[in-house]
Design a protein around this ligand. Structure first.
Ligand code: SF4
Length: 138
């Protein structure tokens, strides 16, 4: 029986060189990778074809801050197929200001072993106006 070969073009993002890869594979394994400058390109192609992963970024609602939403992201890459579920899960969360970079929004999100964390500092509205008052009075 003949193996079904698929050819896919990818851009390796494992380093800033961004090599254009041509990957030939069957449903079971990579047959050939062309265009890679180093071995990491092969590893990247394997991951991208058989179990792609992404860092997921989204926003969650925050109460008591100057703006209503704060950006968040997964601390590490997670399986790409979980992306929409992570975004949906995060949309149900409301944080309370203040929040700071690195705060955990959801621990071990969807049992991925990865935390969803805050990527921007947001102070309380009251904290900010107190600081302004202090500056004016000094
Ligand atoms: S194949 Fe190697 S050199 Fe090319 S982008 Fe990937 S990691 Fe960088």
């Amino acid at each position: 029986m003949k193996r079904k070969l698929t050819i896919k073009n990818l851009t390796c993002i494992a380093c800033p060189m961004g090599c254009d890869l041509e990957v030939t594979y069957t449903p079971e394994k990579i047959i050939e990778v062309k265009g890679n400058t180093c071995k990491r390109g092969i590893t990247y192609a394997e991951t991208e074809i058989f179990h792609p992963e992404r860092v997921v970024t989204t926003t969650v609602r925050v109460k008591g801050a100057r703006i209503e939403f704060v950006p968040v992201k997964t601390e590490k890459t997670i399986p790409k197929k979980l992306t929409h579920s992570v975004i949906k899960h995060a949309s149900g969360v409301t944080l309370k200001a203040p929040v700071k970079v690195g705060d955990i929004v959801i621990k071990n999100i969807l049992n991925s072993g990865v935390n969803l964390i805050v990527t921007r500092n947001l102070v309380c509205v009251n904290q900010k106006s107190k600081k302004r008052k202090r500056k004016k009075s000094s």
